[in-house]
Write a protein that binds this ligand. Structure first.
Ligand code: TRP
Ligand code: SF4
Length: 328
């Protein structure tokens, strides 16, 4: 049984703390448990960035610098760039011949993103986004895919594509990949909604301590019913408390839980405390990202090397796929 791990992130904007504790922690944890492949999905980024292509390579370096800062070791994980492994495109094309259009049209994120996006996403490539993702996963015969909750439907589609391939061509080429979620697959943003670049509610991994302190004390929402310092608050409905649970020590969490309810702590102090906890977690990562970015040649060498390793695996799978489909 394969225990291979594959995942990827699109280089389409700065990574935030939701990425760190929602997926990157799992990337690092899983790298010891089997062969692991971590990709920078630059073709996927093109679905929304096709008019801003000059942003993609710098963002690719930034995602790679972040992978390394989050603890991925290029000696044990294969870090690679999707567009440097052209076999993904070939498998995507072959899948596109056998996948009913309706499967892609019914992907829940599809219509929603289509309506909310800044760029015009009415392209052929954007409809095919989850199918390219299926190719990314299946070409490595990955068994585990660490992702955020928003990707679960894409994983479901990937399994359906694998089953259809097996049924049509009478083979058992692909193991059925399973998603691996962290304990916090959904991290709240400053406003209490899911943290997302498009909501403008993020704490980015490259935010300085000053920026994090500002965001926590000035922008983070708290219990709206607590108006005066002497009003008791309710941590159960307060986004600040959610952050405490994710980043603070158990003692602090217990203290806030008790003191907030009897107005023993003010919201400003509570937010300052949460900022300190977040900074303690993020600052070492930020410093490491900046240090890595100061050596772009090293990052490029890691990506070239990883992409060559990935290509060897991908091209071997494509040999089997072509044989199954009676292609020369
Ligand atoms: N769609 C993923 C995201 O937005 C990125 C991605 C592309 C991916 N290909 C993948 C994730 C393959 C896991 C496996 O986060
Ligand atoms: Fe929220 Fe903290 Fe204020 Fe309580 S004290 S309402 S947990 S910010």
């Amino acid at each position: 049984m394969s225990s291979r791990v594959l995942s990827g992130i699109q280089p389409s904007g700065s990574l935030h703390i939701g990425h760190l504790i929602g997926v990157l922690d799992n990337f690092a944890r899983l790298q010891g448990q089997g062969e692991s492949f971590y990709m920078i999905a630059d073709w996927h980024a093109l679905t929304s960035k096709y008019e801003k292509v000059e942003e993609i390579w710098p963002a690719t370096l930034e995602v790679t610098a972040t992978y390394l800062a989050a603890g991925l070791d290029p000696a044990s994980s294969t870090l690679f760039v999707q567009s440097l492994v052209k076999e993904h495109a070939e498998l995507h094309l072959l899948f596109s011949m056998m996948t009913p259009l309706s499967w892609l049209e019914r992907v829940p994120t599809y219509k929603e993103k289509l309506q909310n996006a800044v760029a015009d996403l009415g392209s052929y490539g954007f409809l095919g986004y989850p199918l390219l993702q299926a190719a990314d996963i299946l070409i490595y015969k990955a068994a585990k895919v660490p992702v955020g909750e928003d990707q679960l439907f894409h994983l479901e589609l990937t399994r359906e594509v694998a089953r259809r391939f097996h049924f049509l061509y009478q083979t058992e080429l692909f193991p059925e990949p399973q998603a691996v979620l962290t304990q916090t697959p959904k991290v709240p943003g400053l406003d209490g909604k899911k943290m997302s670049k498009s909501y403008g509610n993020c704490i980015f991994l490259r935010d300085t301590p000053e920026q994090i302190l500002h965001k926590c004390t000035r922008e983070m929402a708290s219990d709206p019913a607590r108006v005066k310092r002497t009003d008791p608050g309710n941590p159960d409905i307060c986004p600040v408390f959610d952050f405490h649970k994710l980043f603070s020590s158990k003692e602090t969490v217990d203290m806030v839980n008790t003191e907030c309810r009897r107005a023993g702590i003010g919201c400003f102090d509570c937010k300052k405390k949460v900022a300190e906890a977040i900074i303690a977690r993020v600052e070492p990562v930020r410093e490491q990202i900046e240090a890595n970015l100061a050596q772009p040649e090293r990052i490029e060498a890691i990506l070239q090397d990883g992409s060559a390793r990935a290509r060897a695996v991908a091209s071997s799978t494509m040999g089997e796929v072509r044989a199954a489909m009676k292609l020369p």
